[in-house]
Design a protein around this ligand. Structure first.
Ligand code: SAH
Ligand code: SF4
Length: 347
C-alpha cells in the first residue's frame, strides 16, 4: 500500500470501485494533507461528479470541531467529536516564533498514571491516523497565515499503544507531498513501552522522543505509574541507550514535579546518576492541577531542583506551564464530557 492508500483507505476503495485513474488518489491525499481542505467541494482539481460521490460517501473531515478555547497566554484548545461521538482534545501553544500543536492519539488512556486527568478516563479506542493528523490540519488552518512549527504527541493517550496509526500520521505530517513538517520538528512522548522505544529508534525518520520518567526510584515509579510494573527502570534505560546509540539524537526525559513526592534532593542526585549519557536531557515540569490528590512543587523548589540536577552535570530545563486557565496544560486533557463512562481495556 502507498502512504496515501494507508492514510485514506476509504477514499481509495471508492476510487477503485468507480474505476478512477490512480492519480486521483494522490490528488485527494494532497488536498487533505497539503491544501488542508475540510470539504471535497473545495477540491476543484477533481471532477464535479467525483466530488459529489466523495462527499456522499467519505467525508473529507473525520473530526467535528465542537468547541474552541483561548487561554490568556495565547494557548488555544480544540475540543473535537469523532464520527462515533467521542471527545478528544488538541492544544496549540504559541511561544516566541514557535507554534506547537500538541495532539492526542487515543480516546482516553489506559495507562492510569496516578497524576494525569486523561488517565482517569480509561480508554475508549485508538484514533486512526487520519484523526491524529487532522488535529494538526485544523490548528494550522486556525492560525494561518502563521504556520505550525512543531508537533508534539503529548495530548491524550499513550502513542506507543497505538503505534501503527500514530506513525502513519507522523509520516504524513512529515511527508513533503503532505503536510511537509521537518521530522526534527516532531516529537512523541511515551510513558515507557520499551519494545516500542526500540522500534521507534529503528524508524528511518528523525523524529524526536521523550520518555516520561517521573522518578529515578523503582518502587516509587510503580506507585505513581502502573506501567513501571511491566518494565523496570533498568529495562527502560536499556531501551533508552539503544535509542541514543542507534539515532545519535538527543533523548528527553519528562519529569513532572509532584510536591513532597519526587522533588527532594535525593531524587535530583539519583537522576543525575541514572541519566548518564551526554545525549540525555531532563525536562522538568511542575504538576498542573488535576483532581488526583497531588500538589505542585513551588516555583522556588522547582528552580532549586533544576540547579541540583545541573550542578551534577545533568543537562536540564524547567518548562513553563501553558494554558492552565482552559485546562489545556500537560496532563489536564480530559475532554470533560467523557468522565464517568466505563473503562474499556485494550485487547
Ligand atoms: N502518554 C504520553 C504522552 C502524553 S502525557 C506520556 O505519558 O508520556 C505528556 C506529559 O505530561 C507526560 O510526561 C505526562 O507524564 C505529563 N503529565 C501528565 N499529567 C500531568 C500533570 N497533571 N501535570 C504535569 N504533567 C503531567
Ligand atoms: Fe496516559 Fe500519558 Fe496520562 Fe500516563 S501520563 S495516563 S500514559 S496520557
Amino acid at each position: 500500500m502507498t502512504r496515501a492508500a494507508d492514510f485514506i483507505p476509504d477514499v481509495q476503495r471508492l476510487l477503485a470501485e468507480r474505476g478512477e485513474p490512480a492519480y486521483r488518489l494522490d490528488q485527494a491525499y494532497k488536498a487533505l494533507t497539503n491544501s488542508l481542505v475540510r470539504d471535497w467541494e473545495e477540491v476543484t482539481s477533481l471532477p464535479k461528479g467525483l466530488r459529489a460521490a466523495l462527499a456522499a460517501e467519505v467525508p473529507a473531515s473525520t473530526l467535528t470541531l465542537e468547541r474552541h478555547y483561548r487561554a490568556s497566554d495565547g494557548t488555544r484548545k480544540y475540543l473535537f467529536h469523532t464520527h462515533d461521538g467521542h471527545a478528544i482534545e488538541t492544544v496549540m501553544i504559541p511561544e516566541k516564533k514557535r507554534r506547537t500543536v500538541c495532539i492526542s492519539t487515543q480516546i482516553g488512556c489506559p495507562m492510569a498514571c496516578t497524576f494525569c486527568a486523561t488517565g482517569l478516563l480509561g480508554i475508549k479506542r485508538n484514533l486512526k491516523a487520519r484523526e491524529i493528523a487532522e488535529q494538526v490540519f485544523v490548528a494550522a488552518r486556525d492560525i494561518a497565515p502563521e504556520r505550525v512549527s512543531n508537533v508534539v504527541v503529548m495530548g491524550m493517550g499513550e502513542p506507543f499503544l497505538n503505534y501503527t496509526e500514530t506513525l502513519r500520521a507522523l509520516k504524513v505530517l512529515n511527508d513533503p507531498e503532505g503536510f511537509g513538517l521537518a521530522a526534527r520538528s516532531i516529537a512523541a512522548s511515551t510513558s515507557g513501552l520499551v519494545d516500542r522505544i526500540r522500534r521507534f529508534a529503528d524508524e528511518p525518520e528523525q523524529f524526536h522522543l521523550a520518555i516520561s520518567l517521573h522518578t529515578p526510584f523503582e518502587e516509587q515509579r510503580r506507585e505513581i505509574m502502573p506501567v513501571a510494573a511491566r518494565h523496570s527502570i533498568p529495562e527502560l534505560m536499556s531501551a533508552a541507550r539503544y535509542y541514543v546509540d542507534k539515532t545519535r539524537r538527543k533523548l528527553f526525559f519528562e519529569y513532572t514535579l509532584l510536591a513532597g513526592v519526587n522533588d527532594q534532593p535525593e531524587h535530583a542526585a539519583a537522576l543525575s546518576k541514572l541519566l548518564d549519557h551526554p545525549l540525555y536531557h531532563l525536562n522538568l515540569l511542575r504538576f498542573n492541577w488535576t483532581d488526583t490528590g497531588y500538589a505542585a512543587t513551588s516555583k522556588k523548589r522547582a528552580r532549586e531542583f533544576l540547579a541540583e540536577a545541573r550542578e551534577r552535570g545533568l543537562p536540564a530545563t524547567l518548562r513553563p506551564s501553558r494554558g492552565q486557565d482552559i485546562d489545556a496544560a500537560c496532563g489536564q486533557l480530559a475532554a470533560k464530557d467523557l468522565r464517568g463512562r466505563p473503562v474499556v481495556q485494550l485487547t
